[in-house]
Ligand binder design. Sequence first.
Ligand code: NAD
Length: 306
Amino acid sequence: MRVAVVGAGAMGCLYGGHLAEAGVDVSLVDVWREHVDAINAKGLHITGVSGDRVVRVPATNNPETVGEVDLVLLFVKSYDTAQAVKGSRPLIGGDTKVLTLQNGLGNLEAITETVGAGRVLGGTTSHGSTLVGPREIRHAGEGPTLIGALEISSRSTAEKVADTFNGAGLRTRISDDVRGDIWGKVLVNLGINALTALTGLRNGQLLEVPELRRLMRIAVEEGVRVAEEDGVDLGSLDHVAHVYDVAEATGANHSSMLQDVDRGRRTEIDALNGEVVGLGEKLGVETPVNRALTALVKGLEHRSSL
Ligand code: NAD
């Protein structure tokens, strides 16, 4: 299987690095020239929970030099998805599938708009990774990957991708409900990310403040109502209890949104709380807490841009 990872940041390098180590024909595609040049010159340096090593993997700014592949693995931030898929055209031939394991809502739709639903695979990842600098990532935590197809015709490809990932040490299962799984992860992000970004607290510290626990609960409950109104099957999980459990289990972590705010970078608020607000408006579901969280995080982003 020929693979191109588009968006070779923290997660793209993690997956691309594991695949290259397992002998998979994989190329990294990224717009960041210094990073690409450093990977080609000295190799990709991975540290953290899966060990400290340098992995040789080709990287490029120009997808035309890679040509058509079997799988495009998209790992840009959600606000770059539409542009990155359009830029991936040279990678996409008759049988190519595009897989997103990004966080947030709207990525499946943005990819579908360009390549059609029959080519789209989606899912979630519970790995954590941090971009330390050019050619350098830290593998912060391990967890399962879920992959599924939007259309039944692509299910066998999803199974092949899962086999390839499992062969590379990336523990992967097949999902029969990609949308439901993505929403499940979004609900956790709704309860944790914006509140940690706004307060500067670690995930677990949110639980120590009763007023913040209450906001976590309401943000998740609003998300559940929007998802249900949108026809998403959220299963039998108690999503409020689950977000508290995740905050506790990842208690020492700085959420990705807090890290983005600390570094003065744009956040994925639009694809998380912002999408819930927008969908809620369309579906007639009130989302006052998610609306306030979205506005406040946008205020933080604005402050960084001044
Ligand atoms: P990142 O910022 O580290 O990497 C994104 C990369 O995309 C950057 O290197 C950037 O230069 C590149 N890029 C931007 N536009 C591009 C384009 N048009 N073409 C090619 N490359 C382009 O982000 P990340 O932390 O790896 O996150 C990627 C996605 O995975 C996000 O949706 C995030 O929420 C999700 N995710 C991240 C983690 C994590 O621990 N980092 C965990 C789970 C899910």
